[in-house]
Write a protein that binds this ligand. Sequence first.
Ligand code: BES
Ligand code: ZN
Ligand code: ZN
Length: 499
Amino acid sequence: MDIRVSVESATQYAGDAIIVAVFESAPLAGPAAEVDARLEGMIQRLAGSGEIRGKLCEITILHTQEKLPAARVAVVGLGKAAEADLFALRKAAGAAVRALRDRGCRRVGMALHDALSGARPEHSVRAVVEATYLGLYRGEERKTRQTLPDELDEIVMLAITDEHRDAASAVARAAQVAGESTNYARRLVNLPANDVTPTALAEQAVDIATRAGLDVDVLEPPQLRDLGMGALLAVASGSDQPARLIVLRHRGRTDGPRLAFVGKGLTFDSGGISIKPSESMHMMKSDMAGGAAVLGAMRAVAELKLPLDVTGVIPAAENLPSGHAYRPGDVLTAFGGTTIEVISTDAEGRLILADALGYAKHLGATHLVDIATLTGACIIALGHTTAGVMGNDNELVEAVMDAGERAGERMWRLPLFPEYRSLLDSPVADLKNVGGRPAATITGGWFLREFVGETSWVHIDIAGTSWSERNEPHQVQGATGAGTRTLLALAERMAGGAL
Ligand code: BES
Ligand code: ZN
Ligand code: ZN
């Protein structure tokens, strides 16, 4: 698919369809009003009769019958003007392109980036283009018997003035990379655990590195043993699939901060000996979503050649019960020497991250951001729309929250007050891997904190956001690629000199 910007207006673009926006209970404005004039008031009439209400993601497709060069107009609702923000704009854009693609349109012009009066145009262009890529993703990589509508040939951002052309093109290009990288992560998460083993995940990393020009290092069990990564090795011990520690590095700059992304790459989480109920166990193929987000973000950082030193570390393992499996009660020694009493083998994500965070620090990271489908409790606390954020450095927490906002990903901070730490006290080891039911997302965060020392660190729990249970107007059911764009936005921010 081609993405470009054009000075052509909605009433000039001669493709299969154009997209214009309307608000709930508000007069038509901008491109919608221009198009309406050419359609002799049809949009206005439909609004008057209640067929077009302007509700968020409401789509009405009109045929222009040669009153306009484009064959169709998709009128998309943005909701109430006072509530419409970039989150709403993303949903509307995704919903509109999906609806048009599914009706066979191939060439689509968008006149949405001026719709929000409060937003900066470059933010709107970024949001709309990213949303286009996210909306068009189908998640059907393993279906063989589908007759699918064709892909779009082109998406054109309409009515970009000559003076904004270069800037808008650059923004659209970055948005394309961000959108494609998110879909790359979604694909990995949607693929089953028999396709995406730790070894296969490492092969993906090598592939990205070769294409995008990153350094890559994949550590295998003998090296992991030499380094003393007793936690990662223990989690992997129940499976015939050997563990991998994947390390990617983008050397965009030789001085300045050194950012590291650490992503949980649990390719299947059965719970191990502390086995999970079978009912939703198949969903646990998505327990490598943090790792996928790191791979996606590293791919984007490299393609955009960001002037920043960024490392991606992904501990990859499969958590299964067997005669070789680790047990509740075992005491493990993590990289760096900290001992851990295993209470539940199902709290395995924090174990593999303990080794990986320690290793990222050892490699010289000054800023650590880990991302993981860590706790079911995070879904209970924040639902499927919002990720949990914790950290030991307010400035970095703020930077991650701001990056989330920019990326269109909802995040909310949870506290790491010192009182929570005692929930992890163990009678036999330095700490235990489970703190019980109270504040389970926070104790997960506190556990990780024990392995970062004084280094600036933020933890993002994406257990709720990594997977969408439902088909939504703007995105298909399944993997969401959560975190990919937030990590990228953080790297962009830091490359620009702001923390
Ligand atoms: N991968 C799960 C968390 C999870 C649950 C992600 C549901 C997505 C959806 C994690 O490894 C886990 O099992 N966590 C336990 C921790 C508990 C034993 C402290 C949990 O949340 O129950
Ligand atoms: Zn688990
Ligand atoms: Zn898990």
